[in-house]
Design a protein around this ligand. Sequence first.
Ligand SMILES: Cc1cc2nc3c(=O)[nH]c(=O)nc-3n(C[C@H](O)[C@H](O)[C@H](O)COP(=O)(O)O)c2cc1C
Length: 366
Amino acid sequence: MKQKDLFSPIQIGPYTLANRIFMPPLTRCRASSDHIPTPRMIPYYVQRVNAGLIITESTFVSPQGTGYPNAPGIYNEKQVQEWKNITDAVHKDGGHIFMNLWHVGRVSHPDYYEGKLPVAPSAIVSTDGMASTYEGRKPFVTPRALETSEIPGVVEQYRSAAENVLAAGFDGVEIHGANGFLPDQFLRDGSNKRTDQYGGSVENRVRFLLELTEAITSVMGGNRVGIRISPTGTYNSMSDTDPEATFTYLCKALNRFGLAYLHVIEAWGGDIRRGAKVMPLALLREAYKGMIVVNAGYDKDRGNKVIEDGLADAVAFGQLFIANPDLPARFKINAPLNEPDKETFYSGGDVGYLDYPTLEESNQRF
Ligand SMILES: Cc1cc2nc3c(=O)[nH]c(=O)nc-3n(C[C@H](O)[C@H](O)[C@H](O)COP(=O)(O)O)c2cc1C
């Protein structure tokens, strides 16, 4: 039997995907100022339709979950309508698309809440970077700790967003449990000092994410739901005294949902510079029984290798997909890759968004 590689088809939940080259969530700040997807987002996603799976840019579940300018939401009619135009276009061209659901928690600013404080598991400020607002970068503020009685309401924000995701025609949902946003703030003991049933022990810290999973799977079944985690990520001031214990416990607890996949961001870039420990993928592989998508810093060869070694089932390529809309075609023939332009990651407009050339456009042999 042929060894599996990036080009082997893969079954993710109910979907047979053409390859294992996934597009991870990538915030591009091209939505309107009231978080409604704009028409230019349609060709952007369609250009990348040959990804085995497109996972959308992180998308706010509610006004309370908001915290970046011009990032989209999925909590009102208009947003659902505009996202539907995107999913229709992607499906028409044969693609598959999940939505990454986002609540930023403390990584926000009172500007987004008429002067009120952002919410978090505990009143602990992120000291890494600054808040992005419509008036530029501002220092983070110390958030307000959620009351225990408020937590079901936050879970409901996700459940209701999941209904909207279905109404907008998506194939599934990815819960953003990574990178220091709200669910991750609950998971790790550097940001969660609660003394109720949502803090303290590992069992308590994973409770919030499990409740979200329960709520979302009640809407669409487990096999259309993925979860993104970053066990040793340090972005947004994240830390945990025992990531192996926290995340192997979480993985085991997730097994019962029969999820579409677990999406693991390994330590990369700033994490490594800050001395983050790299958690062996084998540990998660052993604890989690379903499909694993891996990400961060991969190229074609390392991607093939991690699949060949049996440590992951698919690989997500972030910056490479920003710069190479036809990444799978380029990988296939070892074609040169366009370089991503960091200046235009979040700049708005078509430049650096819709104008990265495909191989054909570069007049190279396909
Ligand atoms: C411009 C940009 C925007 C990103 N936005 C998101 C996001 O919205 N949600 C998320 O979970 N990760 C986000 N990430 C992280 C990527 O999904 C990915 O984890 C990271 O780029 C590392 O993978 P790579 O080395 O293949 O680029 C973003 C990264 C970049 C460069």
